[in-house]
Design a protein around this ligand. Structure first.
Ligand code: PTJ
Length: 251
C-alpha cells in the first residue's frame, strides 16, 4: 500500500478509497462496490463533502424513527462493512437494533467473511447467514434475508442501496431509512427518510441524535416523524446544490 501523507489535501478521501481497495482484496467488498463509491464521491463533491442542514434534519428524524420502532434492523453490505463497521455496531447498541448482512452480489463465502469482520469489531449477533426468508417481488439474491431479522423488522436502515429492495421493503409495510449521496437515485426517491450524506458521516450523526432523543417522550418523536416530508427535503437538497454551484466561483 502506498503511504498517503496526512498533509495531502485529499487525505481523508484517499484513505476511504484505500479502505475499500483493501476490503476488496480481502473479499469483503464486491468490485462493483468501487464503482458505487465513485458515484458517491462525485455527489459528495456537489454537496461540499460535509453534512448539510437537510441531511442533519434527516439524520435527526431517522434517529426518531429508529427509537420509535419495535424491531429496527440495520442492513449491512460490503461497502458499509468496510467503511463503518464499528460505527454500525455502536449505533445498533445505542438504539438498540439488530444487524443483518444483506448482499446484492451474495455468495456464502462473502457473507461469512462480512459476518466475521463485524464480529471482529465486537458484534455479538449478526443476522443474514440463515437466509430462511425472501422479500416478495425481488428475483435477485438481495431478496434473501433472515426471518428473525429483516423479514420481521418494522424499520430497516439501508445504507448504500439499490432501489428495488427499498420499494419491496416498503411493499411489505416497512419503514425504510436510506443513506444515499445521490438525491436522484431510485432509493433516495423511494425511501421514507433519505439521508443525503456520506455513510461515514451519517452513521455517527444518527447515533448522536439517538443519544439526544433517547429520553424524549414518544409523542415528541411521533410529531417529528409525522411532519417529515421526504420529497420536500430532496427538492431542498437539489436547490442547495444548484445554488452552491451557481455561486461557487463568485468572490
Ligand atoms: O456489497 P453488495 O454485494 O451488496 O453490493 C453493494 C453495491 C454498492 C455494489 C450495490 O449496492 C450497488 O450496486 O449499489 P448502487 O446501485 O451503485 O448504489 C449505490 C448508491 O450509494 C449510489 O447512489 C451512490 O451514490 C451511493 N453511495 C456510494 N458511496 C456512498 C454512497 N452514499 C453514501 N455514502 C457513501 N460512502
Amino acid at each position: 500500500m502506498n503511504k498517503i501523507p496526512k498533509t495531502h489535501p485529499r487525505y481523508f478521501s484517499l484513505m476511504i478509497r484505500e479502505k475499500l481497495s483493501r476490503g476488496m482484496k480481502k473479499g469483503l467488498v464486491h468490485e462493483t462496490g468501487l464503482i458505487a463509491h465513485g458515484r458517491g464521491e462525485a455527489f459528495d463533491y456537489l454537496i461540499g463533502e460535509k453534512t448539510i442542514s437537510y441531511a442533519e434534519e434527516a439524520e435527526k428524524t431517522a434517529a426518531a424513527v429508529l427509537l420509535h420502532a419495535e424491531k429496527p434492523v440495520i442492513s449491512v453490505n460490503g461497502n458499509v462493512a468496510v467503511l463503518v463497521p464499528e460505527e454500525c455496531i455502536s449505533l445498533a447498541r445505542c438504539i438498540p437494533a439488530e444487524i443483518e448482512v444483506n448482499l446484492f452480489h451474495r455468495t456464502i463465502e462473502r457473507m461469512k467473511k462480512i459476518v466475521k469482520e463485524l464480529e471482529t469489531y465486537g458484534a455479538k449477533k449478526v443476522y443474514g447467514l440463515k437466509g430462511d426468508a425472501r422479500i416478495p417481488g425481488l428475483d435477485h439474491d438481495r431478496g434473501i434475508c433472515d426471518r428473525e431479522g429483516i423479514f420481521s423488522a418494522d424499520v430497516v436502515l439501508v445504507p448504500l442501496e439499490d432501489g428495488d429492495r427499498c420499494q419491496a421493503l416498503k411493499n411489505m409495510g416497512k419503514t425504510v431509512i436510506a443513506i444515499d449521496l445521490n438525491p436522484l437515485s431510485r432509493t433516495a426517491r423511494t425511501a421514507d427518510i433519505t439521508v443525503v450524506d456520506n455513510v461515514v458521516r451519517a452513521i455517527p450523526n444518527i447515533e448522536k441524535w439517538v443519544k439526544t432523543l433517547k429520553n424524549m417522550d414518544d409523542s415528541v418523536l411521533m410529531d417529528m416523524i409525522e411532519s417529515w416530508e421526504n420529497n420536500e427535503m430532496l427538492k431542498n437538497v437539489l436547490s442547495f446544490v444548484s445554488k452552491r454551484l451557481e455561486t461557487l466561483y463568485d468572490d
